[in-house]
Design a protein around this ligand. Structure first.
Ligand code: DGJ
Length: 722
């Protein structure tokens, strides 16, 4: 141990000494990629390389002529979009940063580099942090902004990452969204000038688009090869991803500058003397292996480091939201438990409508904030329901929306000052509700108490669905008083404080992240959550594209897909679509036909048996629903012995041309037996190759003939090496 400490210290010392001569490079590398900086004669840090890792570190030379700051600062000599812009304590709005030192720590799979920068004229420091995950080929970066000046410094912009990409031709893929239509992919050539993906929604900030994106030099039409950069901002508040393109610019040349971080909109942040701010983390990867490899890098990283208990098997569940909405009582629920048992799911999830007495939660107009059980509906309390579920060998989960309040509630009557609401403005309700002021420590305790009290009352609860159903409008925090500037940021910090408390006390409680569907899906929140509700739109037809969109950045075990009554498609189609992520149901089992129930049971059994492959295997997207009228994806386990393939038709015409199904990720030398699953006994498989054995080489080159020939049909194949 002592030996190691000495080794680290000497590395740090060597780096500091070497860098003082301004000749040393700082190489931040993973197994496959490298980001390289050097310090120029003016002691400024510049990015000299970002791309594939090179064998010989001497090969990273500085061949650049143009401005490539490691972090563009405002008000000084860099005249384009800055990543960092401040007012010093004396009012000076210019910021310059010089290199001070660097430290590097290596531990197994992880290398952490910290580069310290300082304004030469002020005691103002910025530490650039980089965590390089070797195997996953991911870099996580953030900044710590440290004010050692005598007075307050105001941060006007404080991004997490600034990256330079040479060349003016860059395609951006973004993931647009709205309620019911989340994660819709769109790719286009970035225009000259400034383009941004941003959110000012306050909460549920990814409602109109994810904070994850891809960049490439060519159009992304090959999943399996080509340069791709993928980036994702881990922040649950307002964000801004800026792309500034220069063409033949005298100072910039042909280049793209990317700035990712908190949205500066209405968010000046005051740092008192000796205070610092840690910016959100920005996670990125670079690969020459196409979008497929980009996704697999993110998935591997997320499972190991990015989400709560990534390596733990997720529970299949039956939810009652679409089955009952607000209309249920104790008996209805206990009957539904029987349905859960019949299906074979692990858990029953009780949704909205179980709480509040003075203003009962019988619809979305009242009761939010009053988190005691509604005695009329559930006379024996939550503890009784947990026990009843346990008697039937199923776990019990419950819905909460702890950051919100209906004006018609006892909470609002008692604490009108706990609500975010601008003075002299009308109450602007969305879904008849308002946002609680989570910047206020008393409100933070209250929000924590919602979870804590439920767990105290019914310790058998194993799962919670944490919802959030409005954005912020006319916001004002009574707690923050005249100093409102950083309210948006302080809200998210307050939320993270609560989530830290929840995780410290309830590490085993499984949490589903929900915000009217997928309006909160980003890695700042997913650090605390096991999985997320992808969309309220459960029509399998729309779901294929929604799930496809999420799959670029989020692993299958996080994407909750439920079989529901939505959509006129067959139960088979619904089951096959839901099964490709984290499977669940939201149905009245007793209303199902015998055949539908039987097929559901068979498919769920298959899912549970194959969950290690579907949830932890490598994803290969084979046929895109964005480019064709069909879709296909497959998962292969790490031993390459098992694979599961999903195939779907969307709306196809009679004269449809179908793709050949070229499989991926298999061992070319192994022989695989093909079996079509999710079929009722006696049903003829659709796949003509069912029960055939082919080598991986054959499947990955000759492929399989597309075998679905009507609209909205589907099939699942299991492949096993023999
Ligand atoms: C919105 C969620 O997205 C739904 O799944 C459901 O939980 C409702 N809220 C309940 O009010």
């Amino acid at each position: 141990m002592k030996h190691n400490v000495n080794l680290y210290l000497s590395i740090i010392l060597l780096l500091c000494l070497g860098l003082n001569s301004y000749a040393q490079k700082i190489i931040i590398s993973t197994g496959h990629s490298a980001l390289v900086y050097h310090v120029n004669k003016q002691k400024q840090l510049e990015q000299t390389y970002f791309g594939e890792k090179l064998q010989d570190s001497a090969a990273y030379r500085n061949a650049n002529t143009y401005e490539l700051p490691a972090l563009a600062t405002g008000g000084a000599t860099y005249l384009q979009e800055p990543a960092l812009e401040v007012s010093h304590a004396d009012g000076n709005m210019s910021l310059q940063l010089e290199f001070v030192s660097t430290t590097v720590k290596t531990e197994d799979n992880l290398t952490e580099t910290v580069i310290r920068l300082k304004d030469p004229a002020y005691n103002f420091f910025v530490n650039l942090h980089y965590k390089a995950y070797q195997k996953e080929n991911i870099i996580e970066t953030w900044n710590v902004i440290d004010n050692q000046e005598k007075g307050d410094v105001i941060l006007h912009r404080y991004a997490s990452a600034f990256l330079n990409f040479p060349g003016a031709t860059n395609y951006l893929t973004r993931f647009n969204g709205d309620w019911g239509m989340e994660a819709q992919m769109e790719e286009f050539l970035l225009p000259n000038g400034l383009y941004s993906i941003q959110s000012k929604l306050g909460v549920k900030t990814v409602e109109n688009g994810l904070s994850s994106f891809m960049l490439s030099k060519q159009k992304l039409d090959d999943e399996n090869q080509g340069e791709v950069f993928g980036g994702s901002l881990a922040w649950s508040g307002n964000f801004n991803l800026q792309f500034e393109t220069f063409k033949n610019n005298s100072r910039m040349g042909d280049a793209l500058k990317v700035i990712c971080g908190i949205n500066a909109y209405a968010s000046d942040y005051r740092l008192k003397n000796k205070e610092n701010l840690t910016t959100p983390h920005f996670i990125f990867t670079y690969t020459k292996g196409g979008q497929g490899q980009m996704s697999r890098n993110f998935h591997h990283w997320a499972i190991k480091y990015g989400i709560w208990k990534g390596e733990q098997r997720r529970q299949t569940l039956l939810n009652n939201w679409e089955a009952t909405y607000f209309k249920f009582n104790q008996d209805t629920l206990v009957n539904l438990f029987d349905g859960a048992k019949k299906l074979g799911v692990d858990l029953f999830l009780l949704d909205d409508g179980w709480f509040a007495n003075k203003y009962p939660r019988d619809n979305d107009k009242a009761g939010l904030g009053d988190w005691e059980v509604n005695k009329r509906k559930l006379s024996n309390g939550i503890g009784y329901l947990v026990k009843e579920a346990q008697n039937k060998q199923i776990n019990f989960g419950i819905w909460i929306e702890p950051e919100m309040v209906n004006p018609k509630s006892e909470l609002y009557e008692k604490h009108p000052d706990w609500v975010l609401k601008a003075p002299n403005r009308p109450e602007d309700l969305q879904r008849t509700q308002l946002v609680l002021d989570v910047t206020n420590p008393k409100v933070q305790n209250f929000v924590f108490g919602v979870i804590d009290n439920l767990m105290k009352e019914a310790p058998g609860i194993t799962y919670m669905k944490w919802d959030c159903n409005r954005t912020m409008s006319n916001p004002y925090s009574v707690f923050m008083g005249k100093n409102q500037e950083s309210m948006f940021v302080k809200y998210t910090q307050g939320l993270y404080h609560v989530l830290d408390l929840v995780r410290a006390k309830y590490p085993d409680l499984e949490l589903m992240l929900c915000a009217s569907g997928g309006a909160r899906v980003e890695y700042g929140a997913m650090k605390y959550f096991n999985e997320f509700w992808a969309s309220d739109n459960t029509s399998p037809f729309d779901r294929i594209k929604i799930q496809w969109g999420y799959s670029y950045f989020f692993p299958a075990l996080t994407i909750c897909n439920h079989v529901t009554e939505w959509g006129k498609q067959s139960i088979k189609y619904k089951l096959d679509v839901a099964m490709s992520g984290k499977m669940g149901f939201d149905v009245q089992v007793k209303k199902m036909s015998v055949k539908d129930l039987e097929l559901s049971k068979i498919s769920l059994e298959n899912y549970k048996r194959l969950q290690p492959v579907i949830n932890y295997g490598d994803l290969y997207r084979l046929v895109s629903p964005y480019l064709t009228n069909s879709a296909s994806l497959m998962y292969v386990d790490s031993t390459m012995n098992k694979a599961v393939l999903f195939a779907y038709n969307l709306t196809v015409s009679e004269a449809q041309n179908y793709p050949i199904l070229i499989l991926k990720g298999l061992d070319p030398k192994k022989k695989y037996k093909i079996k079509e699953i999710n079929l009722l006994p006696g049903t003829k498989p659709k796949c003509a190759d069912d029960a055939q054995v082919y080598t991986g080489e054959s499947l990955m080159n000759t492929g399989l003939k597309w075998y679905l020939n009507r609209s909205e049909t589907s099939s699942v194949l299991e492949l096993e090496a023999i």
